[in-house]
Ligand binder design. Structure first.
Ligand SMILES: [Fe+2]
Length: 236
């Protein structure tokens, strides 16, 4: 498993072990951003080898541990033990939250960044879906959007016909990927969702980190537009 990989200036990613969800294996990835005060902001942390933790310690103190979606809240637990001083932030709970947990949260992530990381990161809550409300982030300096689950690109794996067929049917198979058809159907308030999309597209970004699939290092905006074309259809 590769350790911490530099993605852009002051932005790193690290892939974790695969996890099983709905009977299917998913890859995991976390994102690390160095803020201008020198501290580290860690999104959706994963299990990493000791040398990755050592490398992070050299980069700066881990001050914020964030779960971008209600389904990633469980991931904060182990890291809270490792970094008890770090602030914990999670999105609001939804029926899709995997585990309520009893973590001492500093705050609930909303549609605007808290002051502590607002100099470096903007954020929005992608609304319109009562089951799951993911928080998307924008690191201004490297023009990178950080998105965990909403868009996925799953590679076709040799010898795994069931898994491949499932991802193809869901509309998230490589090379194009996209928003899974079942997730599209659960966006019951399209008007709210379009408003979130509009705000997302107003960010001046060129790179995109996703948690499930290859990240996009250039021209991420046209890719994003295409991935959300279904939402624009029928809009007035
Ligand atoms: Fe995920």
């Amino acid at each position: 498993m590769p350790g911490l990989q530099a993605f852009a200036k002051d932005v790193w990613i690290a892939d974790g072990p695969n996890v099983r969800d709905f009977g299917v294996m998913f890859t995991t990835r976390m994102e690390v951003v160095k803020l201008s005060d020198g501290s580290l902001w860690v999104n959706s942390p994963v299990a990493v080898p000791f040398d990755t933790l050592q490398r992070m310690n050299q980069l700066g103190p881990v001050r914020y541990l964030v779960a971008a979606t209600p389904r990633h809240v469980w991931r904060l637990e182990a890291w809270h033990t490792l970094f008890p001083e770090a602030e914990l932030w999670a999105p609001r709970s939804t029926p899709f939250t995997l585990k309520k947990g009893h973590l001492p949260l500093t705050g609930i992530l909303g549609d605007r960044p808290p002051q502590c990381w607002a100099d470096n990161l903007d954020q929005l809550a992608f609304k319109g879906n009562p089951l799951i409300e993911e928080i998307l982030f924008f690191q201004r300096e490297s023009r990178t959007v950080i998105l965990d689950d909403l868009i996925q690109i799953h590679p076709i794996v040799k010898g795994k016909p069931f898994r491949n067929a499932l991802f193809k049917l869901a509309g998230v198979a490589s090379p194009d990927g996209g928003v899974a058809h079942d997730i599209k159907m659960t966006f019951t308030n399209r008007k709210l969702a379009r408003r979130s999309l509009e705000r997302l597209l107003s960010w001046d970004f060129d790179r995109l980190i996703i948690a499930h699939g290859p990240c996009i290092e250039k021209d991420a905006k046209p890719f994003m537009r295409e991935a959300f074309r279904w939402l624009e259809r029928g809009a007035r």
